[in-house]
Design a protein around this ligand. Structure first.
Ligand code: C2O
Ligand code: CU
Ligand code: CU
Length: 477
């Protein structure tokens, strides 16, 4: 049941357990924040979103004079921003042009049928086109994303550049349009001196790959200018393989208005926020006085195995220059955003225990990332559920590292967190598809799968997913 790895099988890592060398490559900072490219709708029929996404080799210039070979959707990384409206039908043709590798597109967090969800069981071979189609039901507005999910290759294809944001807008948005709606996709770049992306080391496999530069929409510490007295809406995406982002805006108050699966019931003020890998937050930031305001990282200890825990505090991710010119007055944020019906009365309760095993022996390193004692097997169903029934899932982290838990096909509600016998309730009711389960913590959540078929659940540290910290729930009609 373990991922047995021989040191020699792992290219480029030698027998060195130390952290990968920190890149000496400097990236330009302070350039104006670019808008993400958008995926154009090719359909002229109202209510239909039709487009093509090609996964292919591409080149990016992150550092002066260095060309970096990457994988991009339609040639870019992050991939183009997809924006549709609830009620829309979506038909996206995926052209896999990744040299020699199968892939899929997984619609992370979206309510799509199981056979359209880009599962590892449904690979798209290189050279093949495959159309994914699904309807976006009423009430499905939220901040979703898309990324590959092929067996054993997800982590690598994502760090090589394949990930993009998919925003589903409500028919009527309670958030004032004057705040804008800016998507900020965080990725984590490691760049070798020759401009290439180094492969994963043993330390990366244990901890998940953490890069040297956190990028926002592909740029390091980009800048934007805003007038003072205004408010801005930002959708934050943690699209990194494994980096936990505890963030604050210095001197600019943050209000959380939404999570992975859309708006909260009411806005919630926050000092700082934690975005674990794959989580999203919809925020309003108030720029109340002139001067620079930075979005920067605070320390967060998520547990680290082996040497070389990367520095995570004090990185500046984004700089807003708040000008002296006062803004046109903007409308206030409404007090109520939308109702969220509480999931209740679970018909079954299940327990998922996350553990790690790690041992050095003559053959190399034996490493296991397990759920209920097993690593992932595509041909095994771990859990059988019934469509339409509410279930209570208890995610128990007995490991010494945080593991962000994610389940496909639905959104859930966190009920409580428990650590050392102390129970804590979440600060607000919300729809989420990913929740961090801290070391030694248990998270209880309620969920209901409405569509039949096999669904994956896994740790969203993608190297852990690759090493088997994943299972299948088969939802029966
Ligand atoms: Cu974003 Cu199964 O993942
Ligand atoms: Cu997912
Ligand atoms: Cu994990």
């Amino acid at each position: 049941a373990f991922a047995q790895m021989k040191m020699d099988d792992m290219s480029g890592m030698g027998h060195d357990m130390a952290a990968p060398p920190q890149s000496a490559v400097a990236l330009p900072e302070g350039e104006a924040l670019r808008d993400l490219s958008r995926l154009a709708n090719e359909a002229s029929t109202p209510g239909l979103f039709r487009a093509k996404l090609t996964a292919e080799s591409a080149t990016m210039r992150f550092a002066e004079g260095l060309d970096t070979p990457i994988l991009g959707y339609n040639g870019t990384s992050p991939g183009p921003l997809i924006e549709a409206v609830e009620g829309d039908r979506v038909e996206i043709t995926f052209a896999n042009r990744i040299p020699d590798e199968a892939s899929t597109i997984h619609w992370h967090g979206m309510p799509v049928p199981a056979d359209q969800d880009g599962n590892p069981m449904d690979p798209v071979a290189t050279g093949i086109d495959r159309t994914y189609s699904f309807d976006l039901p009423e009430g499905s507005a939220g901040s979703y994303w898309y990324h590959p999910h092929p067996h054993g290759k997800t982590a690598e294809q994502v760090y090589r550049g394949l990930a993009g944001a998919f925003v589903v807008k409500p028919k009527v948005d309670p958030i004032p349009a004057a705040y804008g709606d800016t998507v900020l996709v965080f990725t984590d770049l490691r760049l070798a001196a020759d401009g290439t992306l180094p492969g994963n080391t043993m330390v990366d496999l244990m901890n998940g790959r953490v890069g040297d530069h956190v990028l926002v929409n592909g740029q390091k510490n980009p800048a934007l200018t805003v007038p003072f007295g205004t408010k801005r809406r930002f959708r934050l995406y943690n699209a990194t393989n494994a980096r936990f982002l505890r963030l604050s805006f210095d001197g600019a108050p943050i209000t959380i208005i939404g999570t992975d699966g859309g708006l909260l019931e009411a806005p919630v003020a926050a000092d700082d926020i934690l975005l674990s890998p794959a989580e999203r937050l919809d925020l309003i930031v108030s720029f109340d006085k002139p001067g620079p305001v930075t979005l920067y990282t605070l320390d967060y200890d998520r547990g680290w195995m082996g040497a070389g825990r990367p520095a995570d505090a004090g990185l500046t991710l984004l700089t807003a220059h708040v000008s002296q010119t006062p803004a046109e007055p903007v409308p206030p944020l409404p007090d109520m955003l939308r109702p969220i019906a509480r999931l209740d009365a679970p018909s079954v309760s299940r327990r998922f225990v996350f553990t790690e095993t790690m041992a050095m022996n003559a053959n190399g390193m034996e490493m296991g990332f397990l759920i209920n004692g097993a690593t992932f097997d595509m041909n095994r169903v771990d859990t059988v559920a019934k469509a339409g029934e509410v279930e209570l899932w208890e995610i128990v982290n007995k490991a010494d590292m945080d593991h962000p838990f994610h389940v496909h096909g639905t959104q859930f509600q966190v009920v409580e967190y428990e650590r050392g016998g102390k129970v804590r309730k979440p600060a607000y009711r919300a729809w989420k598809d990913t929740v961090n389960v801290a070391r030694g913590e248990t998270v209880r959540l309620l969920l209901r799968q409405d569509r039949p078929g096999p669904r994956m659940y896994h740790c969203h540290i993608l190297e852990h997913e690759q090493l088997g910290m994943m299972g299948i729930v088969d939802v029966q009609a």
